[in-house]
Design a protein around this ligand. Sequence first.
Ligand code: HMN
Length: 301
Amino acid sequence: LSKFKGIIPAFYACYEEDGQISQERTYTLCDYYLQKQVQGVYVGGSSGECIYHNIEERKDVLTFVANRLKGKMTLIAHVGAPSTRDSILLAEHAASLGYDALSAIPPIYFTLPDHAVSSYWNDIIDATPLPFLIYNIPQTTGYTLRTPFYKELLKNEKVIGVKNSSMPTFDIERFKRTGGQNSIVFNGPDEQFVAGRIMGADGGIGGTYGAMPELFLMADQYILQGKFTEARELQSDINEIIVALCSLDGSMYAGIKEVLRRRGVNIGGVRLPLAGITEQDTARIDEIISLLQQAESRFIS
Ligand code: HMN
């Protein structure tokens, strides 16, 4: 399980100018993460705009990332989809490409009872030999993973842990306690990465890491070294950047992609209905870049 820790950026969707999934730009983003020396990538999740892709597109993204990064870092495939059938197709595809683990949100749209949620996850798990990370993200799915139910799910030994995006860090402590030291918990909310790590998370999977991988890698180092004051101060600088990204007129992902583009990593825009950046955002992006530079010069030697 040692490959499931550290800083794992949630991989962004990479598009051509006409909005098609871009193989070349996906490779560009892969190379950027290789160079930054992150632990791994989480492919096809919320930040990967999976909800706006058809199954063929999602398979393509999984393929492109594996082509470039297989054997070089930890690869986790998010295979959550509206139907079990589609999730299984994605899971089989990820397994054939050599992904290290699968992950999925609970069923979306209809509110289903726990036994149906359990069947959904277990059907995906049964489809391949890969380990599985539950993805708890109540703010987008409307479904909250409860500790007793998590305990039930852990009876399937392929369930290795949970990527937890609920806001209370208390949940991280409870999931870690429930699963024990041989289970994995990933922190989801980037705004409290440091707190999540202190409460027991083994690492983080995050949607804003791509804009500032060095800062999150340093925050993780501070935790490992017990430098909690530095970690807290760095988290506070990171949060200034996240708050600025979240207050753009366009979507946060459009803002992150603009930051990356200005830093030489062009992965295109976002897919509608996500909003692109607006004219007013241009000045705000300048501010975000200067916040990034300040934090980097303060914390990265
Ligand atoms: C993913 O699945 O792509 C992300 O890792 C999800 C992740 O937990 C993000 N949450 C949401 O998008 C709701 C956060 O990293 C989030 O982007 C960040 O905390 C900024 O609010």
